[in-house]
Design a protein around this ligand. Structure first.
Ligand SMILES: [Zn+2]
Length: 276
């Protein structure tokens, strides 16, 4: 069943109108999945790091124009320093692995990554992919908590594979294009998405999910095409980001005890250039 989940999806065809999961079911499904997911994965215990990522995520949601006001957004950092990954569950639960945070260089890069995941939720890509694989009726049953077997299968594949599922290339492209718009609107330099893809391409051990994604260098070119000739913000927030990243590098006991539970100096100013 687990192997069918990821291999079999390409063979299934989308049937128009057949795979739309009602929004309330999608959110209930996301809640169930996130509960299971957090039983498998430990979250980074440092609340400063967690709320920093949550704040950036929320600014981007506002910048996205909130096309889905029913979604309650949650941005959480998973304590997996060796894993470079981020994923979105249906209904607005977004997880960033600490390995990805350690690899990123600036707040603008983090904003770009979060914006991409937000776009997957806003465009309902996550629910669509799951519905294509399982069918709407099964997902509704899972959302109601009545199919623990399928719930465990979905989460099991996420844990085993390190990612939720592979989106289509057009969905990835759409999410990249929207990420540029959200990032600009929120006041960060959207070219940071391109520098992130460049860094991804240079990783000595590329993450497994990369094999099902468009090549990072093609995505980098696409970002440059999207911003060419436009007036864009140039805020990177590198210093601010690196102070938060240092907290992730510190051993847990230092993170929890010796470092004050407030944002490091320089973080009090507004995150990004976004005007509330
Ligand atoms: Zn994606």
């Amino acid at each position: 069943m687990v192997s069918l989940l990821l291999v079999g999806c390409a063979a299934l065809q989308r049937v128009a109108g057949d795979i739309v999961l009602p929004a309330e079911d999608e959110i209930a499904l996301g809640r169930e999945l996130s509960r299971q997911f957090e039983e498998h994965y430990r979250l980074v215990p440092d609340e400063v790091v967690q709320s920093y990522v949550q704040d950036i995520g929320e600014l981007l949601v506002v910048a996205s124009g909130k096309p889905r006001p029913e979604v309650e957004w949650s941005f959480r950092v998973v304590d997996e320093p060796e894993e470079v990954n981020a994923l979105a569950l249906p209904g607005g639960w977004i997880y960033v692995y600490s390995g990805l945070l350690l690899m990123l260089d600036s707040e603008a890069e983090l904003a770009g990554v979060l914006a991409h995941e937000i776009a997957h939720v806003n465009e309902r890509h996550v629910a669509e992919r799951l519905a294509t694989i399982y069918g709407v009726e099964v997902l509704r049953t899972v959302a109601l908590g009545r199919d623990p077997g399928t719930l465990a299968t979905i989460v099991g594949s996420m844990v085993a594979q390190g990612y939720l599922l592979s989106y289509s290339r057009s969905q990835e492209r759409e999410a990249d294009a929207l990420a540029v718009e959200y990032t600009i609107e929120a006041g960060w330099d959207p070219r940071s998405l391109a520098t992130f893809f460049e860094a991804l391409d240079e990783l000595p051990r590329p993450p497994m999910w990369l094999s099902t994604h468009p090549s990072p260098l093609a995505r980098k070119e696409f970002i440059h095409e999207r911003v060419a000739g436009r007036v864009i913000p140039t805020t990177l927030g590198r210093e601010r980001y690196q102070k938060v990243r240092e907290r992730l590098r510190a051993p847990a006991e230092v993170r929890l005890g010796m470092i004050p539970k407030s944002l490091p100096s320089g973080c009090e100013e507004a995150i990004g250039g976004f005007k509330r």
